[in-house]
Design a protein around this ligand. Structure first.
Ligand code: ADP
Ligand code: MG
Length: 242
């Protein structure tokens, strides 16, 4: 059964066609990495999947919700799809626990006790159980990004989207965030992750999708795609100097 079904979507910004008939089917518990040059449409695709951008053609189905050019039930859809960005944007005046309980309380109407139980559970999953009382300026960038992941998990999404979540981090902090994502993958979360970490994509993602000029240019099981790229564009992207 597919957890996410993207059918021939087109996205324009003004006259610029940024997604040119993108289709993708993602199975329950599948981990899909999205790679490609800057400007190839990776972020826009993720933003369309959780309804942050309107599409002009095609449709997206996730967890029983469908969006098309006429829109759809975006509020319901966003409850099912979590998204984590490069910039984590925690509320600095709130503790870690308050950051993580906020959306379940406000968006889902979950009671305080239940929200806190969920928060403790997801903070444990990202390895930050002991930081629930801390403020963001007391945390490293890697820890803040893991809180951002916990904040998203607290909504109990069916699909998680990650957009270059380690790109803003110092190299020594990327490992802990990648490890958190790998553990989520191992736990069966359905994930789509845009990344520059080719090693991570190759090892952790079941499938890797190479985007080029607003299209899914090439895709396949990660190991196969990296070992045997079929198009000159992907070959050049993976190993520009060969
Ligand atoms: P990627 O994430 O692969 O780097 P993006 O999805 O961010 O690519 O961008 C794809 C294209 O869409 C680029 O040409 C970019 O300039 C353009 N674009 C992205 N967001 C906007 C926007 N809000 N308004 C106009 N153009 C945009
Ligand atoms: Mg991007």
């Amino acid at each position: 059964m597919s957890a996410l079904h993207i059918n021939e979507i087109q996205k324009y910004f003004g006259a610029l066609l940024v997604l040119d008939g993108v289709s993708l089917d993602i199975a329950q518990s599948e981990v899909v990495a999205v790679i490609g040059r800057s400007g190839s449409g990776k972020s826009t695709m993720l933003r369309c999947i959780n309804g942050l951008e309107k599409i002009q053609a095609g449709s997206i189905e996730v967890a029983g919700h469908r969006i098309g050019p006429q829109g759809g039930d975006l509020r319901s859809l966003r409850k099912e799809v979590g998204m984590v960005f490069q910039s984590y944007n925690l509320f600095p005046h709130l503790t870690v626990l308050e950051n993580v309980t906020l959306a379940p309380k406000v968006v889902k109407g979950v009671g305080r006790e239940e929200a806190e139980a969920i928060a403790h559970d997801v903070l444990r999953r990202v390895g930050l159980a002991e930081k629930s009382g801390a403020y963001s300026d007391e945390l490293s960038g890697g820890q803040q990004q893991r809180v951002a992941i916990a904040r998203s998990l607290a909504m109990q999404p069916k699909v998680m989207l990650f957009d270059e979540v380690t790109s803003a981090l110092d190299p020594e902090l990327t490992g802990e965030v990648l490890k958190t994502m790998e553990e989520l993958a191992d736990a069966g979360m359905t994930m789509v992750l845009v990344t520059h970490e080719m090693g991570f994509a190759r090892q952790v993602a079941d499938r890797t999708v190479f985007m080029h000029k607003g299209k899914v240019w090439e895709q396949g099981p990660s190991e196969e795609l990296f070992s045997y790229p079929q198009t000159p564009e992907l070959r050049n992207f993976i190993a520009p100097n060969l």
